[in-house]
Design a protein around this ligand. Structure first.
Ligand code: PLP
Length: 476
């Protein structure tokens, strides 16, 4: 029977052990003794070998999804004389093993910091296949990228025109740049994930674009190659994408009057499902709708768009990752509800907001499954919580798992490939968990876990050999 504390979207599963294939990486199944396995590797073995909590990323799923997005975009936008470029948004998951797959599948990289730049180039992605984003890039970051031959700098403010021009002049190159257009489109997503409303920090207002374009064209060290729009993240409906494209194309036409442009970048933001009741963005439909808009524009105006680009992150790596946690404590709490008293089972695990900030940051929902065994116990409404000193330290807000979940069990949380490791912190002095990759059925460490010594090693006040005087002592 449904628990009155459960949110409306959550129904009681017939079998709380079932794994919805839309949410889990390829190759996740229940193997021997009904344990959750990933390409045959049991969850308990991964935890025994690599520790807990543990991020597990299936590289075969990353590869399949990267190729799928590349092919969907190519077939939607392909036209005589036009190239399609997909830039992986490295902020979603910055890991060398993932970047190698991205490069092998022919994708470029979208970076927005020296760290992301360095990781992408060290993984062998050619600088000319990298786009540099960001609303406040430093001169040092710009210099490093321009000197190496970055494919494009996406300008995010009028002030950046002079800044990038000065760097390009100092380096002695003509730097290709794009303008990030704030289209004013209100895509239906969380406020913190919407990036094209008027009242936020990203992009340049449409009314200011012609002036910024003139300023760029007045700089001999810059060449304006195109326009860019990213309306936000975790967006399901095609409508916002289409509306943003229409608005960018109006500018494209205006700016092409004297000098042709080369690139239209439609950004990223395709939604993935995190729970069985979540809708999934239909990338084929979104790409088809945008392509119809772009092709109609080219036919009507006679203007070419030689390169159509996009920069998805979540849709490539999100469903490729899971997190394994060990259960430490369970606690049943009685809560007053409209239909009387109800019980919620709090399940405390050994990680939390330090390895997945999204529930605290956006109220994001996730799905949890018992991983080390299956159980026929009746499903109980649980809230999976972390070990941190915040009551908002929630891993899974609401789900049904077998009611006999107990200390020592392993829980697997689906869809943690994107924006979990990359948003991780050392809150409460926690070391960030290891990230294990699985490729061809073999597990290996992709990013090692941080030990407490790693975490404290930057604190010079705790360095070995440093003696501190106690308060009140003279220090002599
Ligand atoms: C400019 C830009 N491009 C691309 C992305 C990737 O978005 P997603 O991971 O939702 O595809 C982001 C994410 O915030 C972004 O800010």
């Amino acid at each position: 029977m449904s628990n009155p504390l459960a949110p409306d979207w959550l129904s009681v599963p017939g079998d709380a052990n079932l794994l919805d294939s839309r949410l889990w990486p390829d190759g996740v199944a229940r193997g021997n003794r009904d344990e959750l396995t990933i390409h045959g590797v049991p969850a308990s073995r991964l935890v025994a070998d690599y520790g807990s909590p543990l991020y597990v990323v299936d590289l075969d799923t990353v590869r399949r999804r990267a190729a799928w997005i590349r092919d969907v975009m190519t077939s939607a936008f392909e036209a005589p004389g036009r190239r399609v470029r997909v830039y992986y948004a490295t902020k979603a998951l910055l890991a060398g093993d993932v970047l190698h797959v991205i490069r092998q599948e022919g994708l470029g990289a979208d970076v927005s910091s020296a760290g992301e730049w360095t990781a992408a180039t060290r993984a062998g992605i050619d600088p000319s296949d990298i786009e540099y984003q960001g609303n406040n890039k430093s001169d040092a970051e710009l210099h490093q990228a321009v000197q190496a031959g970055v494919g494009a700098i996406v300008l995010d403010s009028a002030q950046e025109v002079r800044r990038v021009a000065a760097v390009a002049t100092a380096v002695g190159v003509t730097q290709p740049v794009m303008i990030r257009v704030n289209t004013g489109v209100h895509a239906g997503t969380h406020d913190y994930l919407a990036t094209a409303r008027e009242d936020q920090k990203f992009g340049i207002a449409r009314s200011d674009i012609p002036e910024v374009a003139d300023a760029i064209r007045a700089e001999s060290s810059l060449t304006l190659i195109g326009l860019h729009s990213h309306i936000g993240s975790q967006i399901v409906s095609p409508d916002g994408f289409v509306e943003a494209t229409t608005r960018v194309l109006e500018l494209y036409e205006r700016l092409s009057a004297d000098h042709p442009l080369g690139v239209l970048n439609i950004g990223g933001g395709f939604a993935i499902p995190y729970t069985p009741s979540d809708p999934e963005s239909n990338v084929e439909v979104i790409a088809g709708r945008i392509a119809a808009e772009v092709n109609g524009f080219c036919d009507r105006t006679g203007i070419d768009i030689p390169v159509v680009a996009c920069e998805p992150g979540r849709v490539i790596v999100g469903p490729a990752g899971i997190t394994l946690y060990s259960v430490g404590t369970t606690k049943s709490v009685t809560v007053e509800s409209e239909s009387g008293e109800a019980e919620r089972l709090y399940v405390s695990v050994d990680g939390g907001m330090s390895d997945n900030l999204r529930p605290a940051l956006y109220g994001a929902n996730y799905t949890a499954r018992l991983a080390n065994r299956a159980s026929s116990a009746a499903p109980a409404l649980v809230r999976v919580v972390g070990s941190h000193c915040e009551s908002g330290d929630i891993v899974v807000h609401a789900d049904y798992v077998p009611g006999d979940v107990a200390p020592g069990d392993i829980l697997a949380v689906a869809g943690t490939g994107a924006y979990c490791h990359s948003l991780a912190s050392n809150y409460n002095g926690f070391g960030r968990p290891a990230l294990v990759v699985i490729e061809g059925g073999e597990a290996r460490v992709g990013i090692r876990a941080e030990s407490v010594d790693d975490v404290l090693s930057r604190d010079l006040g705790l360095a070995l050999g440093v003696q501190h005087s106690q308060s009140g002592e003279s220090g002599q």
